[in-house]
Design a protein. Structure first.
Lengths: 164, 265
């Protein structure tokens, strides 16, 4: 195995679980999350020589992950490189999750993708407004408004679920 | 639900969910290798098409559904050997030669008092590779050229870069929007006038990345060719001190971005 491949594999082993967690919250199920992580790291592999010269490797990977998620949402999930079953809009029910958390995942899946990405970056990754703006290529003002709208949307969806 | 509630809820979801076993690194590595092979196959196939057809000067290739005009071989080409490609990168051929010329042109613009000789990275993660580089690659829409050179003075090492996107690129027209596409970096940008030409000039990098460039200028020629010219007082990975000052004033940086020597096809 070349040095490049060994370094890539080591990086993947170290970071793929964390990236998959973020992908899970973005996608709503592990199958999609793994597909997204695979696409992300394939892109990272192709750009490895250029990226490895950058100190902020994780930032690049996270940015690629989120942008791939948004891009795939625009094009339609699994149009490319998918070997899985076509997903439904509602996430696959993860076993063992309390009902309340299932409701949250279901509601999150209905939040528009860009708002969802902002929510996950801000409140799961604990990313700053500035960093979130950089990752998504949008202004800081847009991050704030998308976060506020996303929370509002989520509140509304959860309230609907509780009424049912 | 407020922000804190959502933080807790995300945490609870992740704790309560049962993630599958960690992904297999070798499977992702295979995927990466296959993707790289597909890229290379596009190029190899395109080159073979031309060679088999015995076509020489001025042939237009069709690679991956994209017309690649002007890829020339043979005696009228400036390279004597066969064209070699690594993915989209041309390492021997007319575009590769243009990349070399671009590097020479950039070096020629460096003021007296600076050295611009080849150096090697000292950071072990760079495996001792060269710091002065030139590259020509076929982008999705047009040829792209990128040259980088270290500049030395008084023990310090800085960095200059020129990146040119040939006609056909889909980069923005507005100068500052154009400037902010450079390596995906944000910065404090203003539009400056250089003899009637509008240049996007970033005087402060606000992207938070310290391994790139502090200042850069972006200019779109009337025919659509785009030129980026950037500078940094330091050279990340060199393990050498920074220069005491930028090589060019910002006015000069903007002016040089419009220089015809950077106007490649």
């Amino acid at each position: 195995m070349s040095d490049r491949d060994a370094a890539f594999q080591a990086y993947f082993a170290a970071r793929s679980d964390a990236m998959r967690g973020t992908a899970y919250l973005l996608c709503g199920d592990w199958h999609r999350a793994e597909d997204l992580v695979q696409q992300t790291f394939t892109k990272i592999y192709l750009a490895w020589r250029r990226i490895q010269r950058h100190e902020a490797m994780d930032a690049y990977t996270r940015q690629t992950l989120v942008r791939t998620f948004l891009s795939e949402r625009r094009r339609g999930w699994f149009r490319h490189e998918s070997v899985g079953e076509p997903p439904t809009e509602v996430p696959v029910t993860p076993s063992g999750l309390p009902e309340e958390r299932l409701v949250l995942l279901g509601a999150l899946a209905k939040v528009p993708p860009k708002q969802r990405a902002v929510l996950v970056l801000r409140y799961w990754e604990d990313a700053s407004v500035e960093y979130t703006a950089e990752l998504l290529g949008i202004s800081e003002g847009t991050v704030k408004s998308q976060a506020a709208r996303g929370l509002q949307t989520l509140r509304g969806l959860l309230a609907e679920e509780r009424v049912r | 639900m407020n922000e804190q509630d959502l933080r807790r809820a995300f945490h609870d979801v992740m704790v309560a969910s049962s993630p599958p076993p960690s992904m297999d690194p070798s499977a992702v590595l295979r995927s990466g290798r296959q993707a790289r092979s597909r890229r290379m196959a596009v190029w190899t196939g395109a080159a073979v098409m031309v060679l088999v057809a015995g076509v020489g000067v001025g042939t237009a290739l069709v690679a991956n559904g994209v017309s690649v005009p002007g890829l020339q071989f043979g005696s009228n080409g400036s390279s004597s050997g066969p064209t070699e490609n690594n993915g989209r990168t041309q390492v021997n051929g007319p575009q590769a030669d243009k990349g070399k010329e671009l590097l020479n042109d950039l070096i020629a613009m460096v003021p007296d008092g600076y050295k611009t000789e080849q150096m090697q990275y000292q950071d072990p993660s760079y495996n001792g590779s060269d710091m002065q580089t030139h590259q020509a690659q076929k982008g999705d829409e047009a040829w792209e050229y990128m040259v980088i050179t270290p500049v030395q003075k008084d023990g310090g090492v800085g960095k200059l870069i020129t990146e040119v996107h040939a006609v056909g690129n889909k980069l923005p027209s507005e100068p500052c929007a154009l400037a902010q596409t450079f390596w995906g970096m944000d910065g404090e940008c203003q539009v400056v006038d250089v003899a009637g030409k509008k240049v996007g000039l970033v005087t402060k990098n606000t992207s938070g990345r310290d391994d790139t460039f502090e200042q850069w200028a972006a200019y779109r020629h009337p025919d659509g060719t785009v030129v980026f010219l950037g500078q940094n007082k330091g050279f990340y990975g060199s393990r050498r001190p920074e220069l005491g000052a930028q090589v060019f004033t910002t006015e000069k940086l903007a002016s040089l971005a419009t220089d015809q020597r950077f106007h490649l096809s």
